[in-house]
Design a protein around this ligand. Structure first.
Ligand code: AMP
Ligand code: GLY
Length: 426
């Protein structure tokens, strides 16, 4: 099979690395890709948000048998629907199901209607009513812009002043553009052991009939050690989640995963693809913080290396709605991904810095914002490389990953030194 993966980042490189291992995959393509994907796939220089340009390219390349749409924005505008209409087989939800991530108002209403545990919330399109509500509820309180905002449209406000300023930013100043026309205001969840509450990402394959959770992982969203600084797209991940247990798994499967799959079917929005559950363990049980309609980044970088089953077999089983017939197996042990970012990220940063890579030991380098310029490897984004290592335990994998980081340099490179240290006491 010849497979096209749509997207540019670390997640897409990780998907391509997993597909490269498949016995059935011949040629790989990546639109647009980066310097890492170019090593194992043919990079295609087409803007994937330009649906007619994507269709033109796919139409001219009938040898492409299967297309994986990985990022949220092309899913939200219905790229899968368009490609399927051309007779292509795809991995990723259609537009009417991708809304589970693309609209927080939709997902909150879905959870309310089908009794899926989540933070209590109200939805507003009127600024004055939203302000009244915030004043009545008091802080801490969480504000969420309705639409897609590069993972930055959520404000966890410690006091009322912050909340009032945040509301103005989102609804009046339109800091996140049209994503802030509608706002979700919700209670701030308390963790069972930690403040803020302890979070876990559980990704699941689903074909609308069956839902199969993958191994668990945890993300480090803040830019600096000790969860200080601004939120980012993710500064590192590790798998498995230390506080996960058989009991929690059952609770999540019975009360969250299956009900979500059934709810989407009941709404006429069957979800096929990877459904990502951002969960929090609270003093009142496991609750949904957010849904994503796709693989997480950088969660994918620590999940797929542990997959023993051929990823292409899993993708096709989802497409053909026979997920119940296959067994998905995972390696024992742990995996850690340390993200190396450009200086200044998540705010302004320079591009085009030359990257030198020496001895990186046992780690695998997953490329995100990299490019080749005049024959040299250079930075080309905020998150540049993921250094991924496996081990018997998280500590073991962590040591290997950080050892490899020592071999990599560019001017201004920054990273967290505490990836994998969260939730160590369960
Ligand atoms: P989201 O983009 O929805 O994942 O939210 C970003 C981050 O905000 C999450 O990873 C949590 O750390 C935090 N957060 C979101 N909703 C809540 C909530 N209701 N209570 C506490 N923290 C939250
Ligand atoms: N790592 C969080 C996300 O992919 O949304």
């Amino acid at each position: 099979m010849n497979v096209l993966v749509i997207g540019n980042g670390g997640r897409e490189h990780a998907i391509l690395i997993a597909l490269r291992k498949s016995k059935r995959v011949e040629k790989l393509y990546c639109m647009k890709g980066n310097a890492g994907t170019a090593q194992i796939a043919e990079n295609v220089d087409v803007d994937y948000m330009n649906i007619s340009a994507v269709k033109k390219y796919v139409g001219e390349h009938p040898e492409i048998d299967y297309i994986v749409v990985a990022p949220d924005d092309p899913l939200a505008i219905g790229l899968v629907d368009e490609l399927e209409a051309m007779g292509k087989r795809c991995f990723g939800p259609r537009k009417n199901a991708a809304i589970i991530e693309a609209s927080k108002a939709f997902s909150k209403n879905l959870m309310k209607k089908y009794n899926i545990p989540t933070a209590e919330s109200e939805i507003f399109s009127d600024y004055d009513k939203a302000l009244q509500y915030i004043r009545a509820k008091g802080a801490p309180i969480v504000l969420k812009a309705d639409g897609l905002a590069l993972g930055k449209g959520v404000l966890v406000c410690e006091d009322l002043k912050q909340a009032e300023e945040g509301l103005k930013e989102i609804m009046l100043d339109k800091a996140f553009g049209a994503a802030g026309n509608v706002i979700v205001i919700e209670e701030c969840l308390k963790g069972l052991k930690y403040t803020p509450g302890e979070e876990v990402s559980v990704l699941a394959f689903t074909d609308g009939k069956t839902i199969v959770p993958m191994i668990t992982s945890c993300d480090h969203k803040r830019v600096y050690d000790g969860d200080k600084g601004l939120n980012t797209g993710g500064m590192g991940t590790f798998s498995p989640c230390p506080f996960w247990s058989k009991e929690i798994e059952k609770e999540v499967y019975d009360k969250i995963m299956l009900p979500t799959m059934h709810a989407m079917n009941a709404e006429g929005r069957t979800f096929k693809g990877c459904l990502y559950f951002g969960l929090m363990r609270t003093d009142k049980g496991m609750k949904v913080i957010e849904y994503n309609s796709r693989f997480g980044d950088p969660e994918t970088q620590v999940i797929l290396p542990m997959l023993k089953t051929d990823l292409m077999d899993v993708f096709e089983a989802v497409t053909d709605e026979r997920l119940a017939d296959i067994k998905i197996e995972w390696e024992e042990g742990a995996c850690v991904c340390v993200v190396l970012a450009s200086g200044g990220y998540p705010l302004g940063y320079a591009k085009g810095k030359e990257i030198t890579i020496g001895n990186t030991g046992e780690a695998v380098l997953v490329h995100a914002g990299t490019a080749v310029k005049d024959g040299r490897l250079v930075t080309n984004g905020g998150r540049v490389l993921g250094v991924v290592a496996k081990g018997k335990t998280i500590e073991d994998a962590r040591k290997k990953a950080y050892k490899s980081v020592e071999g990599i340099h560019w001017e201004g490179m920054q990273y967290r030194t505490d990836i994998g240290l969260k939730y160590r006491k369960g």
